[in-house]
Write a protein that binds this ligand. Structure first.
Ligand SMILES: Nc1ncnc2c1ncn2[C@@H]1O[C@H](COP(=O)(O)OP(=O)(O)OP(=O)(O)O)[C@@H](O)[C@H]1O
Ligand SMILES: [Mg+2]
Length: 319
């Protein structure tokens, strides 16, 4: 799960910084290259670039050294995207290959921008509708061997128990006063995570691309199989991060969540777990080559804590 990524966050290799055998291999595979625009969204330190070809075509190419710890995500992405039904708005995968020791995926290029999730943005309704519509095409899960959401997310989307055991106090007073309750409540949602829907698993602004007439969901490298409410609920903290009040963010997705039958107690526990995940991750040291992630997770955690405070209604009264 990548928290509410923004533009300009990833430190990605420029074309010139790529190993020469990879550049040569890409040129051989794609034909003569006239222009390369490195994409700065997201946090992964892999190659992500829009490539213009002498033949006039443009492709989006992403890649990472095949022995990088994140290479598995790229393999999963290729496997998932290839199996997506046509109705799912994802760029078409042209090919995936190992070139000069790098795992490379080439997609249709989307000449778009990241969705604007701020209040009053016309993108918001479109994003909510698109994410809400996914389940109809992705149930039952069309890809074999996708991990179950409950197993996969249980070890990821949590944080308060760990932080409660840490000697370092949390900077937020509401969190400190409610830490015991937050820790106790952060797993209840898992009982409602089972399902047969293929979930994107990383719904955030940097993975939502809009061009004039279409919205595309990119970056399918963290798929899970589970309950449809999860991808929809993931929008809420990102809407808050983009400036919505918790109430307004919930209102924007409420019909979609009601349609898939998400129980209020489940969402409250999920909001708590989500905030805990970001708070826990924000304390970790920077991963190599990813300098902006922890700062972003700190901001994101504050947004999700507001969501959790809104949902729980727990007061900031000292006990
Ligand atoms: N098909 C596409 N056409 C044009 N731009 C794209 C396309 N797919 C992705 N992008 C841009 O490249 C950025 C990175 O792509 P993507 O999210 O797939 O890579 P990643 O390295 O796995 O990302 P992350 O850092 O988010 O984990 C996106 O935020 C988006 O701006
Ligand atoms: Mg991404």
């Amino acid at each position: 799960m990548t928290p509410g990524s923004t533009s300009g966050t990833a430190v990605r290799p420029s074309w010139d910084q790529l190993p020469a055998p990879l550049r040569d291999g890409l040129t051989e595979r794609l034909g003569p290259i006239t222009h390369v625009q490195v994409q700065t969204g997201g946090f992964t330190p892999g190659l992500a670039a829009r490539v213009s070809l002498a033949a006039g075509e443009r492709v989006f190419v992403k890649g990472i050294s095949a022995d990088h710890p994140l290479a598995g995500r790229y393999r999963d992405e290729a496997r998932v995207v290839r199996a997506l039904p046509k109705a799912v708005p994802a760029p078409r995968l042209h090919w995936d290959e190992v070139i000069a020791g790098w795992l490379v995926l080439a997609f249709d290029d989307v000449p778009g921008r990241h969705a604007d999730l701020s209040p009053r943005s016309a993108d918001v309704g479109r994003v909510v509708d698109t994410v809400a519509a996914l389940a109809a095409d992705l149930t039952p899960c069309p890809v074999p061997d996708v991990p179950d959401a409950r197993d996969e997310l249980a070890s990821l989307v949590h944080g308060w128990r760990e932080l409660a055991a840490s000697p370092q106090p949390h900077p937020d007073g509401w969190v400190r006063r409610n830490l015991g309750r937050l820790a106790a409540a952060e797993t209840a949602w898992l009982a409602a995570a089972d399902g047969t829907t293929l979930l994107h698993g990383d719904i955030n602004r940097s993975n939502l691309l809009i061009n004039t007439d279409q919205l595309f969901l990119v970056d399918w490298g963290q798929p899970v199989r589970g309950a449809a409410w999860i991808d929809i609920a993931d929008l809420i903290p990102h809407l808050i991060l983009a400036g919505h009040t918790p109430q307004a963010a919930e209102t924007a997705v409420a019909p979609a969540l009601t349609a898939v039958g998400a129980a209020p107690e489940t969402l409250t526990s999920y909001a708590i777990a989500f905030a805990g995940y970001w708070a826990r991750m924000a304390r970790r040291p920077d991963p190599p080559g990813v300098p902006h992630l922890r700062h972003h997770q700190t901001r994101a955690s504050k947004a999700a804590v507001r969501w959790a405070a809104h949902r729980t209604g727990w007061l900031s009264v000292r006990t």
